[in-house]
Ligand binder design. Structure first.
Ligand SMILES: NC(=O)c1ccc[n+]([C@@H]2O[C@H](COP(=O)([O-])OP(=O)(O)OC[C@H]3O[C@@H](n4cnc5c(N)ncnc54)[C@H](OP(=O)(O)O)[C@@H]3O)[C@@H](O)[C@H]2O)c1
Length: 163
Protein backbone atom coordinates (compact mmCIF):
# COMPACT_ATOMS: atom_id res chain seq x y z
CA UNK A 1 0.00 0.00 0.00
CA UNK A 2 1.42 3.52 0.72
CA UNK A 3 -1.81 5.26 0.30
CA UNK A 4 -0.76 8.74 -0.73
CA UNK A 5 1.25 7.32 -3.64
CA UNK A 6 -1.96 5.63 -4.79
CA UNK A 7 -4.02 8.82 -4.31
CA UNK A 8 -1.56 11.03 -6.23
CA UNK A 9 -1.20 8.47 -9.03
CA UNK A 10 -4.98 8.31 -9.47
CA UNK A 11 -5.21 12.13 -9.51
CA UNK A 12 -2.70 12.04 -12.38
CA UNK A 13 -4.83 9.49 -14.24
CA UNK A 14 -2.45 6.56 -13.86
CA UNK A 15 -3.42 2.92 -13.88
CA UNK A 16 -2.14 1.69 -10.53
CA UNK A 17 -0.90 -1.77 -9.62
CA UNK A 18 -0.53 -1.81 -5.84
CA UNK A 19 1.24 -4.39 -3.68
CA UNK A 20 0.11 -5.52 -0.26
CA UNK A 21 0.17 -8.55 2.02
CA UNK A 22 -3.44 -9.60 2.68
CA UNK A 23 -6.78 -10.02 0.93
CA UNK A 24 -8.44 -7.60 3.36
CA UNK A 25 -5.93 -4.83 2.56
CA UNK A 26 -6.22 -5.65 -1.15
CA UNK A 27 -9.98 -5.10 -1.02
CA UNK A 28 -9.53 -1.72 0.65
CA UNK A 29 -6.89 -0.70 -1.89
CA UNK A 30 -9.34 -1.52 -4.67
CA UNK A 31 -11.97 0.67 -2.94
CA UNK A 32 -9.44 3.52 -2.94
CA UNK A 33 -8.90 3.17 -6.69
CA UNK A 34 -6.12 0.60 -7.20
CA UNK A 35 -6.74 -1.01 -10.58
CA UNK A 36 -4.93 -4.23 -9.69
CA UNK A 37 -3.43 -5.50 -6.44
CA UNK A 38 -0.60 -8.02 -6.11
CA UNK A 39 0.05 -9.87 -2.83
CA UNK A 40 3.79 -9.63 -2.28
CA UNK A 41 3.67 -12.21 0.48
CA UNK A 42 1.96 -14.88 -1.63
CA UNK A 43 4.00 -13.82 -4.67
CA UNK A 44 7.49 -12.76 -3.56
CA UNK A 45 8.50 -12.40 -7.24
CA UNK A 46 5.63 -9.92 -7.76
CA UNK A 47 7.52 -8.27 -10.62
CA UNK A 48 6.48 -11.20 -12.83
CA UNK A 49 2.84 -10.55 -12.03
CA UNK A 50 3.30 -6.84 -12.84
CA UNK A 51 4.78 -7.87 -16.20
CA UNK A 52 1.87 -10.18 -16.92
CA UNK A 53 -0.64 -7.47 -15.99
CA UNK A 54 1.09 -5.05 -18.36
CA UNK A 55 1.32 -7.40 -21.33
CA UNK A 56 5.02 -8.09 -20.69
CA UNK A 57 5.93 -4.42 -20.82
CA UNK A 58 6.37 -3.56 -17.15
CA UNK A 59 5.21 -0.54 -15.15
CA UNK A 60 6.18 2.94 -16.33
CA UNK A 61 7.02 3.98 -12.78
CA UNK A 62 7.64 2.08 -9.59
CA UNK A 63 7.48 3.72 -6.17
CA UNK A 64 9.57 1.49 -3.90
CA UNK A 65 8.88 2.04 -0.19
CA UNK A 66 10.07 -1.43 0.77
CA UNK A 67 13.72 -1.25 -0.30
CA UNK A 68 13.41 -4.18 -2.71
CA UNK A 69 15.12 -2.44 -5.59
CA UNK A 70 16.02 -5.47 -7.67
CA UNK A 71 12.39 -6.62 -7.73
CA UNK A 72 11.34 -3.06 -8.63
CA UNK A 73 13.87 -3.05 -11.49
CA UNK A 74 12.39 -6.31 -12.76
CA UNK A 75 8.89 -4.76 -12.61
CA UNK A 76 9.68 -1.49 -14.43
CA UNK A 77 9.44 -1.08 -18.19
CA UNK A 78 12.55 -0.58 -20.30
CA UNK A 79 13.96 2.87 -19.50
CA UNK A 80 11.23 3.46 -16.88
CA UNK A 81 11.65 5.17 -13.51
CA UNK A 82 12.05 3.73 -10.04
CA UNK A 83 11.65 6.08 -7.07
CA UNK A 84 13.60 4.80 -4.07
CA UNK A 85 11.57 6.13 -1.14
CA UNK A 86 12.06 3.83 1.85
CA UNK A 87 13.27 0.53 3.29
CA UNK A 88 10.27 -0.56 5.27
CA UNK A 89 10.73 -4.27 4.46
CA UNK A 90 13.80 -4.29 6.71
CA UNK A 91 15.57 -6.43 4.12
CA UNK A 92 18.55 -5.06 2.23
CA UNK A 93 19.08 -7.56 -0.57
CA UNK A 94 21.96 -6.83 -2.95
CA UNK A 95 21.21 -5.59 -6.45
CA UNK A 96 22.57 -7.55 -9.39
CA UNK A 97 24.17 -4.86 -11.59
CA UNK A 98 23.09 -6.85 -14.66
CA UNK A 99 19.44 -6.37 -13.67
CA UNK A 100 20.02 -2.62 -13.30
CA UNK A 101 21.83 -2.48 -16.64
CA UNK A 102 19.29 -4.47 -18.61
CA UNK A 103 16.35 -2.49 -17.17
CA UNK A 104 17.76 0.74 -18.64
CA UNK A 105 15.87 2.36 -15.78
CA UNK A 106 16.49 5.61 -13.97
CA UNK A 107 16.59 5.08 -10.21
CA UNK A 108 16.02 8.20 -8.20
CA UNK A 109 16.36 8.54 -4.45
CA UNK A 110 13.52 10.68 -3.13
CA UNK A 111 14.28 12.31 0.21
CA UNK A 112 11.30 14.40 1.34
CA UNK A 113 11.62 17.22 -1.26
CA UNK A 114 11.98 20.99 -1.39
CA UNK A 115 9.71 23.67 0.12
CA UNK A 116 8.43 24.45 -3.39
CA UNK A 117 7.51 20.80 -3.91
CA UNK A 118 5.78 20.75 -0.53
CA UNK A 119 3.67 23.78 -1.48
CA UNK A 120 2.82 22.24 -4.87
CA UNK A 121 1.83 18.99 -3.15
CA UNK A 122 -0.40 20.86 -0.71
CA UNK A 123 -2.10 22.64 -3.63
CA UNK A 124 -2.74 19.25 -5.26
CA UNK A 125 -4.13 17.90 -1.97
CA UNK A 126 -6.45 20.92 -1.62
CA UNK A 127 -7.64 21.11 -5.23
CA UNK A 128 -8.33 17.39 -5.42
CA UNK A 129 -9.77 17.27 -1.87
CA UNK A 130 -7.45 14.43 -0.90
CA UNK A 131 -7.79 13.21 2.66
CA UNK A 132 -5.32 11.02 4.53
CA UNK A 133 -6.58 7.56 5.43
CA UNK A 134 -6.56 7.41 9.24
CA UNK A 135 -6.40 3.96 10.77
CA UNK A 136 -6.58 4.80 14.50
CA UNK A 137 -6.07 7.78 16.77
CA UNK A 138 -4.31 7.35 20.14
CA UNK A 139 -3.86 9.83 22.98
CA UNK A 140 -0.34 10.87 23.90
CA UNK A 141 -0.55 8.83 27.12
CA UNK A 142 -1.30 5.79 24.98
CA UNK A 143 1.64 6.40 22.64
CA UNK A 144 3.36 3.03 23.37
CA UNK A 145 0.16 1.25 22.27
CA UNK A 146 0.16 3.34 19.09
CA UNK A 147 3.71 2.23 18.28
CA UNK A 148 2.83 -1.38 19.05
CA UNK A 149 -0.20 -1.14 16.77
CA UNK A 150 1.91 0.34 13.94
CA UNK A 151 4.60 -2.34 14.43
CA UNK A 152 1.96 -5.09 14.26
CA UNK A 153 1.46 -4.21 10.55
CA UNK A 154 -2.32 -4.47 10.98
CA UNK A 155 -2.86 -0.76 10.38
CA UNK A 156 -4.32 0.46 7.13
CA UNK A 157 -3.43 4.14 6.86
CA UNK A 158 -1.95 6.53 9.35
CA UNK A 159 -1.65 5.81 13.06
CA UNK A 160 -2.10 9.15 14.81
CA UNK A 161 -0.98 10.26 18.28
CA UNK A 162 -2.75 13.41 19.48
CA UNK A 163 -0.85 15.91 21.62
N1 LIG B 1 12.11 9.37 1.29
C1 LIG B 1 11.28 10.13 1.98
O1 LIG B 1 11.26 11.34 1.84
C2 LIG B 1 10.31 9.48 2.91
C3 LIG B 1 9.33 10.22 3.55
C4 LIG B 1 8.42 9.57 4.38
C5 LIG B 1 8.51 8.19 4.56
N2 LIG B 1 9.51 7.51 3.94
C6 LIG B 1 9.64 6.06 4.06
O2 LIG B 1 8.69 5.48 3.19
C7 LIG B 1 8.37 4.19 3.66
C8 LIG B 1 6.87 4.01 3.67
O3 LIG B 1 6.26 4.93 4.54
P1 LIG B 1 4.70 4.88 4.76
O4 LIG B 1 4.30 5.98 5.66
O5 LIG B 1 4.01 4.73 3.45
O6 LIG B 1 4.62 3.51 5.58
P2 LIG B 1 3.43 2.56 5.71
O7 LIG B 1 2.14 3.33 5.71
O8 LIG B 1 3.75 1.67 6.85
O9 LIG B 1 3.45 1.74 4.35
C9 LIG B 1 4.57 0.98 3.96
C10 LIG B 1 4.07 -0.19 3.19
O10 LIG B 1 5.18 -1.02 2.81
C11 LIG B 1 4.68 -2.32 2.70
N3 LIG B 1 5.66 -3.32 3.08
C12 LIG B 1 6.09 -3.64 4.30
N4 LIG B 1 6.97 -4.65 4.23
C13 LIG B 1 7.06 -4.99 2.95
C14 LIG B 1 7.78 -5.98 2.24
N5 LIG B 1 8.58 -6.84 2.87
N6 LIG B 1 7.65 -6.02 0.92
C15 LIG B 1 6.85 -5.17 0.29
N7 LIG B 1 6.14 -4.21 0.89
C16 LIG B 1 6.24 -4.12 2.22
C17 LIG B 1 3.50 -2.48 3.64
O11 LIG B 1 2.50 -3.09 2.91
P3 LIG B 1 1.20 -3.79 3.54
O12 LIG B 1 1.08 -3.39 4.96
O13 LIG B 1 0.11 -3.23 2.67
O14 LIG B 1 1.40 -5.24 3.36
C18 LIG B 1 3.19 -1.06 4.06
O15 LIG B 1 1.87 -0.69 3.78
C19 LIG B 1 9.01 4.07 5.04
O16 LIG B 1 10.19 3.31 4.90
C20 LIG B 1 9.33 5.49 5.41
O17 LIG B 1 10.45 5.55 6.25
C21 LIG B 1 10.38 8.13 3.11
Amino acid sequence: MSLFALAFAKVLGARVIATTSSAAKAARLAELGADEVVDYRATPDWSQEVRELTGGRGADRVVDVAGLLEESLRAVRTAGHVACVGFVSGAAPPIDPRVLFSSGATVRAVAVGSRAQFLAMNRAVEVNRLRPVIDRVFTFDDAPAAYRHYASRRAFGKVVITI
